[in-house]
Design a binder for this molecule. Structure first.
Ligand code: FAD
Length: 464
């Protein structure tokens, strides 16, 4: 690997090689996990390359292939499993300059990979009154390519499921890493090859996403004296097909009181909260259910003062992994897990077993036609051993854990690689230069494709 020869072949493609800046840009949000922090703190690329066009991406990948330089793609670097950490050094490929919205139609949008999701929505709302069906809570920073390659779902998943569901990504254009890099357009089932594959099998340069009708979503925070009642309310409301919701997240006390700095004055001691985004037509019926379950309205944006609207972040920035971020800002020892609770009884069981060691945070989502309790519980971290024990307690009680303290695709249980995935990697990246170290099946020829227990992204082949 010769970085100097690689650089010489890039022509006028912008590069940065100041070690401090390169190290800064070599980081994502891996530090969310104390386990990943210990493992990845020392990792850095040697150069950052920032192509401005798709032809420049091809030029970078041809040079990388010729000089055997590892390439780790990067959008906004908000991934929190260390997905964008350059384990083999080499080049960071910054894709944020590829930010053209290519085409907007009534029901879909096509844009380049570096387009920030909020910008994308602003353009589609103005053009056709549509918006992305769902987005991560890092909406104001995250890129389209980074979301497809590194994310799974988010705000809107209560209605629309996640990226793993066919129909959530319409097509993806990638560039391969070969002697003569090719552009491939993947559609239908083939998009699953690159969805949540961390850029290990092609650099995404464009994608086409379906749109949903845009609404002036109303942010609501409601309170309950008891967390399980809050979850019952959330499950009932989530199950009503008639209610147009974009976000529904029960958070147990004392999450709001301790960590929601700008919202905590609305919350009484001991209250658990539910964070809601509802279409204006859904507000009244949601409040009827709220009254039935004995909850109270703590805040609603459609009745807020101008000062409140200026001061408070949008409610989705309390939800998903923003709950963890807000906790980490107050208490740096906090970490989290990603779980799925088959029923409310399972939530109840885990809460009773782990209590305040695991302040419970649920995201209500719709998965394969069912309302599900997706968990992002906070963990009051003491040691890696205890964290593993907490994982085991979940598994012993039939709850799934997608472990966010692992940086490979397979180990976290997020992405099932199978023979079809591996074959595609051989085609798109025959010498294994793209994001090395992230796909166990590539590095270990004896990898057992059926090793995992549960996968969020199931893979392309049926279970053996
Ligand atoms: P990056 O972090 O830069 O990259 C993510 C992965 O994709 C990396 O493996 C990278 O190598 C690869 N990659 C990036 N661009 C490309 C490309 N063009 N081609 C190929 N590979 C590429 N995620 C969710 O799914 N839902 C959430 O609600 C959510 N909430 C979050 C909240 C917080 C506070 C934080 C810190 C993270 C959250 N995340 C969430 C994770 C992350 O923010 C999202 O997945 C986001 O979409 C990643 O986009 P990015 O541009 O930052 O990607």
């Amino acid at each position: 690997m010769s970085i100097a020869a690689f650089r010489a072949d890039l022509g006028d493609v912008p590069v940065e090689d100041h070690p401090r800046i390169v190290q800064q840009r070599s980081r994502d949000h891996y530090w969310y996990s104390p386990v990943l922090k210990a493992k990845l703190d020392h990792v850095s690329a040697e150069i950052v390359v920032s192509p401005r066009t798709q032809d420049e991406v091809k030029r970078v990948l041809a040079a990388a292939y010729k000089h055997k330089v590892a390439v780790t793609p990067r959008g906004a670097g908000t991934g929190n499993y260390g997905q964008a950490m350059p384990l083999a050094g080499g080049a960071m490929l910054n894709l944020m300059n590829l930010d053209r919205v290519v085409r907007i139609e009534k029901d879909r949008v096509r844009a380049e990979a570096g387009t920030v999701l909020e910008k994308l929505d602003n353009e589609t709302r103005a053009a056709v009154g549509g918006e992305l069906r769902f987005h991560p809570s890092t909406y104001r920073m995250a890129s389209l390519g980074g979301f497809i390659a590194g994310g799974s779902g988010g705000v809107g998943s209560i209605r629309w499921g996640g990226l793993r569901n066919l129909g959530s990504i319409l097509s993806v254009k990638i560039i391969t890493c070969e002697e003569g890099p090719r552009a491939l357009e993947l559609t239908g089932e083939d998009v699953l090859k690159v969805a949540h594959a961390y850029g290990t099998n092609g650099i995404i340069v464009e994608a086409e996403m379906p749109l949903a009708p845009a609404y002036d979503w109303v942010d609501i925070m409601v309170g309950f004296d008891d967390f399980i009642t809050a979850c019952r309310f959330a499950e009932t409301v989530a199950s009503q097909e008639s209610l147009l919701l974009k976000e529904l997240s029960p958070c147990a006390a004392p999450i709001a009181q301790e960590y929601f700095n700008r919202h905590k004055s609305y919350v009484r001691d001991g209250q658990s909260v539910v964070l809601i985004m509802a279409a204006p037509v859904a507000v009244e019926p949601v409040l009827i259910y709220l009254a039935h379950y004995g909850g109270e309205v703590l805040y609603r944006s459609d009745e807020a003062s101008e000062e409140e609207l200026r001061r408070l972040p949008p409610i989705y920035e309390l939800a998903w992994n923003h709950t963890t971020l807000r906790a980490l800002k107050v208490d740096p020892t906090i970490t989290y897990l990603q779980t799925r609770y088959p029923t409310l009884k399972h939530v109840e069981k885990i809460v009773s077993l782990l209590g305040d060691e695991l302040p419970m945070h649920i995201e209500m989502t719709r998965q394969d036609g069912e309302v599900t309790f997706a968990g992002l519980p906070l963990v009051r971290y003491t040691s890696e051993e205890r964290l593993e024990e907490i994982v085991r307690i979940h598994e012993d009680n039939e709850c799934l854990v997608f472990n966010p303290h692992r940086y490979t695709l397979e180990e976290g249980g997020m992405k099932r690689t199978d023979k079809a995935q591996l074959a595609f990697k051989k085609e798109a990246d025959p010498t294994g230069l793209l994001n090395p170290g992230k796909m166990v099946a590539w590095d270990d020829p004896d990898y057992d494709f059926n090793a995992g227990r549960a996968w969020l992204f199931q893979g392309l082949e049926p279970y053996a």
